[in-house]
Design a protein around this ligand. Structure first.
Ligand code: SF4
Length: 700
């Protein structure tokens, strides 16, 4: 018998998880005096009403009983609730004392790509104006930094997608390099499925068979970390067979001659040996990609999270430029961002080297412009800080003695968890603002309750560079506050209130518009009203009458001379790449599963998602399992030079015999990031999560 719905409320919002930023509605009904909730998709230009399993269950963590509802102060091993006034007083005392005793730069800020554009913007300003420290960076450094750097170096600008999602179904050839979109951004899949239906040839490069590679016509199941060699091998074939676009190269690119000179030295037999890929596959990719009239290349963490991630992405961008497949309809590049605001959060100044609008903190004109917007002298702006992981090294060195962590769980997401834990414990004062008492928050001196995607208003920039307005209005849980509100309150306490006089997210966005005007990521023509009317706007949007920019680089690239910069990318340029040895005879690669997100802090709280994948696992080929005495479904100790974890085996022919895979959403002795080297990409300072070397032993 159908039970009577006594009342119903509908709340609009956007998914808190991946970069698709699907629009959704929480429907809350009261039935027989009990509340019931469900989440459904809402139509919009990007996700078109679709949701994946994570989105459908997102309310389970946001409404979870473990949500932080009051500020809490550490007393010994326990936390005790305190008022916001007491929390702010404690922060002020500690920050002032620490800066007096240890210097201005002893304070640091660790931000996030899961916060809104307004909050990312304000966090950069907060660090530099309220705290007057140079030390701010964020968790996107672990995630999208190499693709962003590669795009900036190659094109002169970094908007993850050069074309819209709507163009994907019309392209004729797609290379998916190191991306498992079917599990990581499931609602993007229909665009690729439509392309396939329309006859596109799809090539997937991945050491594992996944739900994404199932879609491919050709799966290149390569040795982890050999992606540059693949791209260079394909480019050699293109050049040898004269399948390149001479006019495009001459008119629109720089340095092809140097690239060609290097590529001519490559021996394809060596490429086959280095990559584990057949010559046929390389030829097939080169022939189809060059001969089809349109083509797109998409990259993600698989090739980006390498200690030469920037160069790896550049080697694939060389292919696009050599074939002239960019700046045209259904031809272009897409870096498939992982985090919800992976695009926007990297544009507005929470990176160590950056000011809003992609301005450089080292460029005098850029500094002067932002100083004017903020109402300070250019000399007052601190200089360049260090990257996310390097901030923890500075803690160990005693240079940073306090940290403010916003919406991030660095102890689980960084490599070398032992160093991160030691650093966090060594801090004189650690403040964490989050939804839950995360693994990082458990080490804090003070924990602040922040609002969730159900309660927050602000803009988020999705995977294609579309700025979208999230207008959430669910009642705030307990005494939680918006992160931007917390920043403004602390700034007032520190006597910097005049610079942080905001009472609504839209007011911050109005300042962000001015700060980004004339910058590379120009939001100055975007207003909340326009976002409501257009259901999102693709930047750059430099004037009130602009409706945004759907396709980039149709006439010029963003470098001063208007040309794209090709790059010589030697495969062996990184000396400290992990190599197989007797001690560590297997490659380890890491990634996601569909039901979890990042460090799992939110998704592990959702019963429906946790039940799908309750623990980490080790994907291992049956041949490899037999060789190392690993039984099906048994506990395995995985050891690298950095540490060890214990995870359960999952035997599968989907993975290469020389490689094992562990997803990264779990903590403590299941946290695979503990095994990853702390070597960083020299260009973008990102760790190489996607390739380590390990040994295995049964742990039962
Ligand atoms: Fe959409 Fe990504 Fe959320 Fe899934 S996780 S509903 S694909 S935004």
């Amino acid at each position: 018998k159908q039970q009577k719905v006594e009342s119903e409320n509908i709340y609009d919002t956007q998914c808190p998880y991946c970069s698709m930023q699907c629009k959704m509605q929480l429907i809350e009904q009261r039935i027989v005096s009990r509340k019931k909730q469900k989440t459904i998709g809402k139509d919009n230009p990007t996700s078109q009403g679709r949701l994946c399993v994570k989105g459908m269950n997102a309310h389970q963590h946001a409404l979870h009983q473990d949500r932080l509802k009051q500020p809490m102060r550490r007393i010994g091993d326990e936390f005790e609730p305190i008022s916001w006034e007491e929390a702010y007083q404690l922060i002020t005392e500690q920050f002032v004392n620490i800066q007096r005793e240890d210097g201005k730069d002893a304070l640091s800020v660790y931000g996030s790509a899961s916060i809104t554009n307004e909050e990312a913007y304000l966090l950069g300003k907060f660090a530099r104006v309220a705290l007057e420290t140079k030390h701010i960076d964020y968790n996107g450094r672990l995630c999208m930094a190499s693709a962003a750097t590669a795009a900036n170096l190659t094109f002169g600008i970094d908007r993850g997608f050069t074309n819209t999602l709507q163009e994907i179904p019309d392209t004729r050839c797609i290379i998916l390099a190191g991306t498992n979109i079917a599990e990581c951004q499931p609602t993007i899949m229909p665009y690729f499925e439509k392309a396939k239906e329309n006859g596109a040839y799809i090539i997937a490069i991945d050491p594992r068979e996944t739900r994404t590679t199932e879609l491919a016509d050709l799966h290149i199941k390569n040795i982890p970390g050999s992606d540059i060699a693949i791209a260079n091998g394909i480019l050699k074939i293109l050049i040898d067979l004269d399948l390149i676009d001479h006019d495009f190269i001459a008119e629109r690119t720089e340095d092809f001659t140097e690239v060609k000179k290097y590529i001519e030295t490559i021996n394809l037999d060596d490429v086959v040996k280095t990559t584990g890929v057949s010559l046929d596959s390389l030829y097939q990719t080169a022939l189809v990609f060059s001969r089809e009239p349109s083509g797109m290349i998409f990259t993600a963490r698989g090739i980006e999270q390498q200690i030469n991630g920037t160069e790896t992405v550049r080697s694939f961008l060389n292919l696009l430029l050599a074939t002239g497949k960019i700046g045209k309809e259904a031809s272009g590049y897409g870096a498939i961002t992982g985090q919800g605001n992976g695009q926007g959060a990297r544009e507005h100044g929470q990176k160590a080297d950056q000011l809003p609008g992609y301005r450089s903190i080292e460029n005098v004109a850029d500094r002067q412009y932002i100083a004017n917007v903020w109402g300070i002298e250019e000399q007052q702006l601190p200089g360049k800080g260090v990257s996310a992981y390097e901030m923890f090294e500075k803690v160990i060195a005693g240079e940073i003695t306090s940290m403010f962590v916003v919406c991030s769980n660095p102890i689980v997401s960084n490599p070398n968890a032992n160093l991160i834990k030691k650093a966090l414990k060594q801090l004189r004062f650690l403040v964490v603002s989050d939804l839950f008492l995360s693994e990082t928050a458990k080490l804090a001196d003070l924990v602040l309750p922040a609002t969730s995607y159900l309660e927050d208003e602000g803009t988020v920039t999705n995977v294609e560079g579309r700025v979208m307005l999230r207008e959430a209005s669910y009642p705030i849980q307990g005494e939680a506050k918006h992160d931007w509100e917390i920043l403004c309150d602390i700034a007032h306490q520190l006597g910097k209130g005049d610079y942080f006089d905001f009472s609504h997210a839209e007011e911050i966005f109005e300042e962000l518009r001015i700060a980004t005007k004339g910058g590379k990521a120009d939001y100055s023509g975007i207003t909340y009203e326009k976002l409501r009317q257009e259901q999102g706007v693709l930047w750059p949007c430099p004037s009130p009458d602009s409706t945004g920019t759907a396709r980039l680089f149709e006439k010029n690239f963003a470098h001063k001379n208007g040309k794209a910069q090709m790059a010589v990318v030697p495969y062996q340029s990184i000396k400290n790449k992990p190599r197989l040895s007797k001690e560590y005879p297997l490659y380890l690669t890491t990634g996601r599963v569909m039901s979890h997100y990042l460090t799992g802090e939110q998704t592990r709280k959702s019963p429906s998602l946790a039940a799908r994948d309750i623990e980490a696992f080790l994907e291992i080929h049956p041949h490899t399992a037999e060789k190392y005495g690993i039984e099906a479904d048994s506990l395995v100790r995985v050891t690298s030079a950095k540490g060890w974890i214990i995870v359960r085996s999952r035997i599968s022919k989907a993975i290469r015999k020389d490689t094992v895979f562990v997803p990264f959403h779990w903590t403590e002795k299941q946290n695979v990031n503990q095994l990853v080297s702390d070597e960083l990409d020299p260009y973008c300072r990102m760790p190489g999560f996607k390739m380590s070397v390990v040994r295995l032993s049964p742990a039962n």
